[in-house]
Design a protein around this ligand. Sequence first.
Ligand SMILES: Nc1ncnc2c1ncn2[C@@H]1O[C@H](COP(=O)(O)OP(=O)(O)OP(=O)(O)O)[C@@H](O)[C@H]1O
Length: 300
Amino acid sequence: MIEAKNVVKTFDGFRALDGLTMTVPKGSIYGLVGPNGAGKSTLLRHVTGVYRQDSGSVLLEGNPIYENPEAKARIAHIPDELYYFLSASTRDMMRFYRGFYPRFDQNRYQTLKEVFSNVDEKQPIRRLSKGMQKQSAFWLALCCRPEVLVLDEPVDGLDPVMRRQVWSLLMGDVAEWGTTVLVSSHNLRELEDVCDHVGILSHGKVLLERSLSDLQENVVKMQIVFQERELPPLPEDLPLLHVSQVGRIHTLIVRGNATEVTNRLAAYAPILMEALPLTLEEIFIYELGGEDYAVRDIVL
Ligand SMILES: Nc1ncnc2c1ncn2[C@@H]1O[C@H](COP(=O)(O)OP(=O)(O)OP(=O)(O)O)[C@@H](O)[C@H]1O
C-alpha cells in the first residue's frame, strides 16, 4: 500500500501539493486524473522518492520512501520526460537496472523483445522516436518486476495497438504478481477500462478517491416514461443528483444501487423504465456537483 498523508510541497512559495492525502491499495491499478498543473508529476516524484515533501509523509508499506534505497528498489517509474544516460541503449539500461532491481527478470527481457520488436535494443535510446522511447521504457520497467509501478502519462505517444499491448501486459502483471500500478493521466476515458481505483487531483489536493466498484454501484441513471408527460412528485428522500427531460423520456441520476432505485420508482407505475450504468466521466461530474470547473473540464 502507498500512502500520502497531508503532503505539502512548495516551490518558491507556491504550494504545488497542498495537504494532499491519497491511499493506493496494494495490487490496485490507481488512476490519478487532473488538469495541467494540478500536481500529478510532483506527487509521483514524491512516491518514487525523487522529491522530499516539506511536511506530511509518503510511505510504502508504512515506511518512508525518500532516501530509503530498500523502498526505492521495489518501485519502478516511467516519468513524463524520460531520462537516460547519454548514448545508453536499451540493452545498456537493461544491464544497469539488472544491478539495481533484485527481481530483474532476464528471461522476460528476451521474451518481450518480440512485443517491442521495432525497438532496436542496441540503438541509443535518445535517438529513438518518442513512441519508441516509451516502448523501451515499458520494456525495461516490466523486466524489473517491481512491486509498484509508477507511470506518468504512460501511453502518450504510443499508437493504439501498442497502447493495448502495454495495458494488457500491465494488467497481466497485476493479476499474476499483485503489482500495484499508480498511473496519471489527463484523460479519464483512457483510464476507465483499466483502473480499479480513481483519484481526482486539483490544485495540489485529491478531491475524491474511490474504487470503481463503489462508484458504479452507488449511482445509477434511470430512463423513465410515465403516463403523464410531467414527472410525478417523487419522494423527498430520493437522492436525486440530476433530472432532465427529452420529449417524454425523463433521465434521473440517482444515488443508490440499480435494484433499490428501480424498486422505489416502480411504485409510480411508469410505462417504461430502464436502469443504465454511468460512464466514469458522468459519475465524477455528478459526484462533484460541478463545483470545480477545472475538474469538469477534465472529465468532460
Ligand atoms: N521544479 C519546479 N519548480 C517550480 N515549480 C514547479 C516545479 N515542478 C512543478 N512546479 C509547479 O507545480 C505545479 C504542479 O506541477 P506538476 O508538473 O506536478 O503538474 P501536473 O499535474 O503534472 O501537470 P501536467 O498535466 O501539465 O503535466 C505547477 O504549477 C508547476 O508550475
